[in-house]
Design a protein around this ligand. Structure first.
Ligand code: MG
Length: 379
């Protein structure tokens, strides 16, 4: 097991979590290797995976993995979860295990000569539907709301040109925009897209009160909004339930959540229509499939968050292929944002055609890691 920290360049945009990553690479006795990543601070993930064994619930993950059979992925997940439950169980520990779990799917698939989605039960659909996030940036001095709206419209055009047919607009304009301004911006974007493009919204945790959020969402009822993400504070589960009751748009959240135990609260207490756990944070492909089963049972959609490198983007494809409860997945496009790690760390990239990409090919995740890029950006 290797834990590889990568950092590309200096400080990037405040919201770009793809400027760095942490990869876990698991290599077997024949030299086959599987890779995974975690969307969490790289040095802390490394510390977690390399921590010394102290007692039965605080064990060194490396020593549990060495000598294990990577095909026994779910059994390994349980062993790692229990053996790290003192410092882990939620949050960072689960983010770190997510990278291990993705790497196990890649390695087991390579050993068996099967794509990861076949290890997860096989394809439940023949083509996959990614969505592209439109993020014109945070307010800065000298930028007007019109500037940010124009930037968003420009990104929409780029995304549509690439073949996306589902877009999510980030509305993180802070005090630059009043609630009434937000309604105008969304109407402007919807008008420019026309009626055939699926449009979702992300409010970046704007409100503390469901009545304020409902004021905006109720005015957008005729704009064919697919979902409204992060309207309220992430941990305000009861507020989400109140908001769901008060407005006509699917309310969603849970991008920071880890494990099915947290997502159960999002379904039962927050009563959201869509949950958005991230495969590289919630516990990997093993855990997101268990979450998907729970969603299917409750009539809740699962649309995973994803903003890291091509490893997570590809994990999203394998997951959506195997999961009927996931109508979409967030696909961080390497062609919309200038992110060196997203653009060059792994390949090949899928091509979009009229809103869809094909099932992934090749064993495991079906990716090749560019060793030159690893060496270039290794910390
Ligand atoms: Mg988000």
């Amino acid at each position: 097991m290797e834990v590889i920290q990568l950092k590309a360049g200096g400080e990037s945009d405040a919201m770009d979590s793809s400027a760095n990553t942490v990869i876990v690479r698991l290599t077997d006795e024949n030299g086959l290797a599987g890779i995974g990543e975690a969307d969490a601070p790289a040095s802390v993930v490394e510390s977690f995976l390399e921590m010394p064994t102290e007692h039965v619930w605080s064990q060194n993950p490396r020593s549990l993995l060495l000598g294990s059979d990577p095909v026994e992925i779910t059994a390994l997940w349980e062993r790692l979860y229990l053996a790290t439950s003192y410092p882990g169980r939620r949050g960072l520990g689960i983010h770190a295990l997510s990278a291990v779990d993705i790497a196990l799917h890649d390695l087991a698939g390579k050993q068996l000569g099967l794509p990861a989605y076949k290890l997860m039960g096989g394809a439940r659909r023949t083509k996959l539907r990614p969505y592209c996030t439109i993020y014109p940036g945070l307010p800065k001095e000298d930028l007007t709301l019109n500037n940010l709206t124009d930037a968003a419209l420009g990104q929409c055009e780029t995304a549509l040109g690439l073949g996306f047919r589902t877009l999510k607009l980030e509305l993180m304009f802070g005090e630059l925009a009043s609630d009434a301004d937000l309604v105008d911006v969304v109407r402007q974007v919807r008008h420019s897209l026309g009626g055939n493009i699926t449009l979702a919204l992300d409010f970046g945790y704007r409100w503390y009160d469901p009545f304020d959020a409902a004021w905006v969402l109720n005015r957008l009822g005729d704009e064919q909004i697919y979902f409204a993400e992060a309207a309220l504070q992430h941990d305000d589960l009861r507020g989400h339930a109140e908001l769901s009751r008060r407005c006509p748009i699917r309310i969603c959240g849970a991008e920071f959540a880890a494990t099915r135990w947290e997502i159960r609260e999002w379904i039962e207490t927050a009563k959201v229509a869509v949950v958005q756990p991230d495969i590289s944070r919630c516990g990997g492909l093993t855990e997101i499939r268990r979450i998907a089963d729970m969603c299917e049972l409750h009539g809740v959609q699962l649309i995973p968050h994803g903003w890291k490198t091509g490893i997570l983007a590809q994990a999203g494809r394998h997951f959506q292929a195997s999961c009927p409860a996931a109508p979409l997945f967030e696909f961080f496009s390497p062609h919309v944002y200038p992110s060196p790690l997203r653009q060059s760390l792994v390949g090949p990239e899928p091509t979009l055609s009229d809103g869809y990409v094909s099932l992934p090919e090749g064993p495991g995740l079906g990716l090749t890691l560019d060793e030159d890029i690893v060496n270039l950006y290794r910390v």
